[in-house]
Each structure stands twice: as structure tokens, then as C-alpha cells.
Write a protein that binds this ligand. Structure first.
Ligand code: ASP
Length: 344
């Protein structure tokens, strides 16, 4: 065959047809990368470079202004304010999201006002058995401990599980042995027990005061953590949602960071924290819209109560709950700051 005859056709094929064939492939590759890098929802608000956001909760419940004395109100406000200011100054100095979550929650665990660390509610047998978890949105690594009795700051043990082990959730005596190997401070169980927690156990009155924190750091990374004594008078090694990744705690840089509080069994059954993130991802709705759907529709339909705090990748914060009260404090990426306790 005379190749000189077909050369012009080959040339035309190379110049026009091959690029035409490539167009759909280029389009596919582009839409894939768009999908992967798609900015999270709340499209209309740009995150200011170097801005940060933080939101904290100290538990939810059906309490109103009449249930708290003026001194109690002041004490809660003071504790939330101090934790918020600590978190803000760490974030402003460029500290990483999960480190900030740990430091803020340690402060709240050390404060007997809350149902976490010192002051936690007691089991039926009169012990403190603590649960905590933490998650980082950048690599979706997570760590948690459940049913621990001697670790002074369970949130630090959760962070160690995340950063210094291949596991996500350690429980009971094993978690305590791990935390000893990590040189975390150990205490006698009596350290956690207060006169108030003993009285509460006898009266079988539940205490609200699980603590949680969600942050966006100046690098644009999200993290969340939760710490609790669980439910007053709990038995049989009951574990709630707080140490369950996806139920009580979740963080994903593509969507949001969440910490939950409330009747844990319902939060586990609904996978509350992950469900909010999934709604944002797949329905492309905002953090507040997603949280409203989960708390005010799904949770209420099952008969559960409680709420969440969260922050999205732009530094928008949200606190959504179906109880009359939730101790909470925040500072968003725009610098709006508030401390609140009741539903209004
Ligand atoms: N969610 C916690 C639990 O069920 C309790 C609470 O947040 O009040 O263990």
C-alpha cells in the first residue's frame, strides 16, 4: 500500500479525532477531582485564611433557668468561658485541632461541675466509670476509651489511643494498662467521687454534664472530642455513645466536626454524629440543616433526647438540641462569640 496516500488522513486523525476522543476522558477526570475537592457545604461563606472556630458543650438536659441558682449559673458560665478562652488562645497561636480539643476537655474533666472526669456520675455499685473519644478530620484517625476507672483524664487516653496505637477503642482494665504504659496520670477511683455524685446516686437523679468540643484550626483542620461519666446508676458495664466514633464524636475535614450529648442509646442507634456528616456530604446541605434533620426528626421519631455541637470546614458553628437546656459556648470564624445555657 502506498503510505504517502494515507498520510494526510493519518494527520487529520491525529490532529482532530484523537483530541475529540479525549474530551470525555478529560471531563470525567475533572468531575472526579471536583468531587474529591468539592468544598464542604455553607457555600456562601468563605473561610478567612488563618481564621479558627471553636464550640464547646457541657451537656444537655431538660433544665430551665429556674432549676439553677444564680451562683450555679455563674459557675457554669465561668467554666465555659475559661475553657473557651483557653481553646481560642491555643488556636490563635496555631496549635493543631486535636491538641486543642484535648486541652479544652481536660479543663472540663478537672471541673467537678460536669459529668466527666472529677464529678462524674456513679455506677449502681458506686464507682466512676468513664468514657471518652476524639477524632481528627484531616486523616480521620480516632481514639477512644470506655469504662475506665483510674485514668485522671480519659480524653488524653483517647488521644493516645489515636496517636500511639493501631487501635481506635480500648476498654476497661486494658485501656488503663495502655494509659499507664503511656505514662498518663493514674488516680484512685475515689478522686472522681464527690459528695454531690454520691447524693445523686442515692436519689437516682440523672446529671447532665457530658463535655464536648469541636474546633477548626488555623490550618483548616477539624477535630472533635467528647468525655463523660455516662448515665447515673448505670449497670452491667453500660457504655453510651460518647466513646463510639460516629455516634457521639465525628470529624471529617470535608464536612464537619461533631460532639453529641444526650440519651446515648439513641445516639448509637442513629449513628448521630456520622449521620449529620453524611447528610452534609450527600445532600449538600449545611451543618445546621443536617443537624436539625437528625435531632428534630430522626431522634425525636425514636423518642430520644439530647443534642449536638458542631463546626464545619468554613468555621460556621451550630448547637442543635431538643431539650430545654444545653450548656454551650462558641467563637466562630467571623469572631462571633456567645455563652448560652437554655434553648432561647
Ligand atoms: N450521652 C451520654 C451517655 O449516654 C450522656 C450525656 O450526654 O448526658 O453516656
Amino acid at each position: 500500500m502506498n503510505t504517502s496516500k494515507i498520510r494526510p488522513y493519518l494527520f487529520i486523525l491525529l490532529v482532530f479525532a484523537i483530541p475529540l476522543l479525549l474530551i470525555p476522558l478529560i471531563k470525567m477526570a475533572k468531575s472526579d477531582s471536583q468531587l474529591l475537592q468539592k468544598p464542604p457545604v455553607e457555600q456562601n461563606v468563605e473561610r478567612l485564611q488563618g481564621s479558627y472556630a471553636i464550640i464547646i458543650h457541657g451537656g444537655s438536659g431538660n433544665f430551665t433557668a429556674d432549676d439553677l441558682s444564680e451562683t450555679e449559673k455563674l459557675n457554669y458560665k465561668k467554666a465555659l468561658f475559661e475553657a473557651l478562652e483557653t481553646g481560642k488562645s491555643l488556636l490563635a497561636s496555631g496549635r493543631e485541632a486535636s491538641f486543642v480539643v484535648e486541652q479544652v476537655l481536660k479543663m472540663l474533666e478537672n471541673n467537678p461541675l460536669f459529668n466527666a472526669g472529677k464529678g462524674a456520675v456513679l455506677t449502681h455499685e458506686g464507682h466512676a466509670e468513664l468514657d471518652a473519644s476524639i477524632m481528627r478530620g484531616k486523616d480521620r484517625n480516632a481514639g477512644a476509651v470506655a469504662g475506665v476507672r483510674t485514668i485522671r483524664n480519659p480524653i488524653s487516653a483517647a488521644r493516645m489511643v489515636m496517636d500511639s496505637s493501631v487501635h481506635v477503642l480500648l476498654s476497661g482494665r486494658g485501656a488503663e494498662a495502655f494509659s499507664q504504659a503511656m505514662n498518663l496520670e493514674q488516680v484512685d477511683n475515689s478522686y472522681f467521687i464527690t459528695n454531690k455524685s454520691q447524693k445523686r446516686l442515692k436519689a437516682v437523679v440523672d446529671k447532665h454534664g457530658t463535655v464536648g468540643c469541636a474546633v477548626l484550626d488555623t490550618e483548616g483542620n477539624l477535630a472533635a472530642g467528647t468525655s463523660t461519666g455516662g448515665m447515673n446508676n448505670k449497670r452491667w458495664g453500660r457504655i453510651g455513645d460518647s466513646p463510639i466514633i460516629g455516634a457521639g464524636t465525628w470529624a471529617d475535614n470535608q464536612t464537619c466536626a461533631i460532639s453529641a450529648t444526650g440519651w446515648g442509646e439513641y445516639f448509637i442507634r442513629l449513628g448521630v454524629a456520622h449521620e449529620i456528616s453524611a447528610l452534609m456530604r450527600y445532600k449538600e446541605i449545611s451543618l445546621t440543616e443536617a443537624a436539625n434533620q437528625v435531632i428534630h426528626k430522626q431522634l425525636e421519631e425514636l423518642g430520644g433526647y439530647g443534642g449536638i455541637i458542631g463546626v464545619d470546614a468554613f468555621g460556621n458553628v451550630s448547637a442543635v438540641f431538643n431539650t430545654t437546656g444545653m450548656y454551650r459556648a462558641y467563637c466562630d470564624a467571623q469572631g462571633n462569640q456567645q455563652i448560652k445555657m437554655f434553648s432561647n
